[in-house]
Structures are given as C-alpha cells and as structure tokens.
Design a protein around this ligand. Structure first.
Ligand SMILES: Nc1ncnc2c1ncn2[C@@H]1O[C@H](COP(=O)(O)OP(=O)(O)OP(=O)(O)O)[C@@H](O)[C@H]1O
Ligand SMILES: [Mg+2]
Length: 247
C-alpha cells in the first residue's frame, strides 16, 4: 500500500522547546488514522507542517507525493483541512458560506450548486442550509466545516479535533459521518484527538504522540498486545495511560 502521508525526522522547535521531535509517520491510502495525544503533544504543529502552514526546523514531509514546504499548492488543492477552530461568516447562511468557498476554489457556478446541495445533504444540514451560521449550534458548525471540505472533492481529509466541544450524540454523528466518507468514497482520513475511547471506534490505526514524540503506532489490538499482553480487554484509554506514565 502507498503512503499518502510520509514524514522522516520531521522536527519543529520553538526556541528551545521541541514541539515535534524527529517524527517518522506513514499514513496509508484508504485508512482512517487517529493521531492521538494529550494537550501540547505536537498534533496541531505536525498537521500545520503537513499543510505547509508551518515550516519544519528539520526533516522532511511528503503529502500525496509533494513537499509541503516547497510545493504546497497541489496539497492545498487535494486535501480537505478542518482546523481546530473552524471560521465562518456568521451573518451568512450555511449555503452562502459554501458558495463563497466554491468560488475561492474556482468551482464553476454551474457545478457549485449541485456540489453544495450534495455536501449539505451528506452532513445532515439539508434543512438548515438557509439559516445564518450565527444561529448554528456547535455540532452544526462542525458539520458545516466538513461540508466545506467536501465541496472540494478531497482525496485526503486532515481533521484537527473534529469532535471538540460536541456532546455525545454530536460526537457519534461526526464519527459516523467520517466513517461513511471513508467507506463510501474511499477518502483517506487523518484525525487528531485526545478522546481515545471515541476514536478507537472508527480508526484503522492510531499513533500516540507524547511531548513531541511518536511513542507508538499500530492497530488498537497491536498496541494492546504490545503494552498489556492482552488483545481483547483493555481500552485505548488504558493503553495510552501506560505510555503516558512511562514518558
Ligand atoms: N506558534 C507557537 N509558538 C510557540 N510555541 C508553540 C507554537 N505552537 C505550538 N507551540 C508549542 O508546541 C507544543 C505543541 O503544541 P501543539 O499545538 O502542536 O499541541 P497539540 O497536540 O495540538 O495540543 P492540543 O491537544 O492542546 O491541541 C506546545 O507546547 C505549544 O505550546
Ligand atoms: Mg492541537
């Protein structure tokens, strides 16, 4: 299988602090990869480097075969990126926000309408598309954030804490939406989270980042076996706490 994201020795320092420390990461085409770790672990910094929004101090990255530092445009075109805080024009409707994004991405108006209708339907906002975003709940905003990415027909989604601030029902709906996009359209997904028990429901593999270092990568079963000698029992939460205590 091909790596859609590959980093080697990827490092980002802020002054003396090492936010990301010699990261070797491979995300395979077609998978849902969970990028896990506590606050300050370096998840967002890594994502920003993958998108060419922050420059590495050392090391290399390839996303869809391109170098994000020197050749970010093809990455920006093909990757849907959901930032930690999704921004919208609150006085425009959901649909108008998507129209704006479609125009920014130079999608012809003749195609934009159908794409926007389809994206709103996919995220469950068909009924709410004509309400102003200022009146959206947090969960609706997050789903509009995904709709915005879908308008671009991305090959890869990079989602930074997509369930942040959602209630249990909203979280479940968001995770199911992500799983559906992966299954029905074959979109590769890398998502960051510190909510382990939720993420383990949909991720094929996870990587655990602690203090800038990737301390473990694999399927949940592999990590459990390696760490606790038990493939069936422990939750990701327990595995993660083991790694956390050792670091
Ligand atoms: N622009 C910056 N300037 C200085 N330090 C930074 C900057 N961005 C991040 N850092 C530091 O780098 C470390 C990693 O931060 P990062 O935001 O990547 O963590 P994270 O894993 O995304 O955390 P969270 O779960 O809280 O979002 C932190 O210690 C943070 O303070
Ligand atoms: Mg972050």
């Amino acid at each position: 299988m091909a790596s859609i994201i590959q980093t080697r020795g990827l490092t980002r320092r802020y002054g003396r602090q090492v936010a990301v420390d010699r990261l070797d990461l491979d995300v395979q085409e077609g998978e849902i990869f969970g990028f896990l770790g506590p606050n300050g672990a370096g998840k967002t910094t890594t994502i920003l480097m993958l998108l060419g929004l922050t420059e590495p101090t050392e090391g290399t990255a390839r996303v869809l075969g391109h170098d994000p530092t020197h050749d970010p445009m093809p990455i920006k075109r093909q990757v849907g990126y959901l930032p930690e805080n999704v921004g919208f024009y609150d006085d425009l409707t959901g649909r108008e926000n998507l129209q704006y994004i479609a125009a920014l991405n130079e999608i012809p108006e003749s195609q934009a309408r159908a794409k926007i209708d389809a994206a709103l339907a996919t995220v469950g906002l068909a009924e709410e598309g004509d309400k102003i975003v200022g009146a959206y709940s947090r969960g609706m905003r997050q789903r509009l954030g995904i709709a915005e990415l879908l308008v671009k027909d991305p090959r890869l989604l990079i989602l930074d804490e997509p369930t942040l601030g959602l209630d249990p029902d909203g979280t479940l709906r968001m995770l199911e939406l992500i799983r559906d996009l992966n299954r029905s359209r074959g979109i590769t997904v890398m998502l960051s989270s510190h909510l382990l028990d939720q993420v383990q429901r949909i991720c094929h593999r996870v990587g655990i980042m602690i203090q800038g270092r990737l301390v473990a990568v694999g399927t949940i079963e592999e990590l459990a076996r390696r760490k606790l000698g038990d493939a069936a029992g422990p939750s990701l939460e327990e595995i993660y706490m083991r790694y956390f205590k050792e670091t």
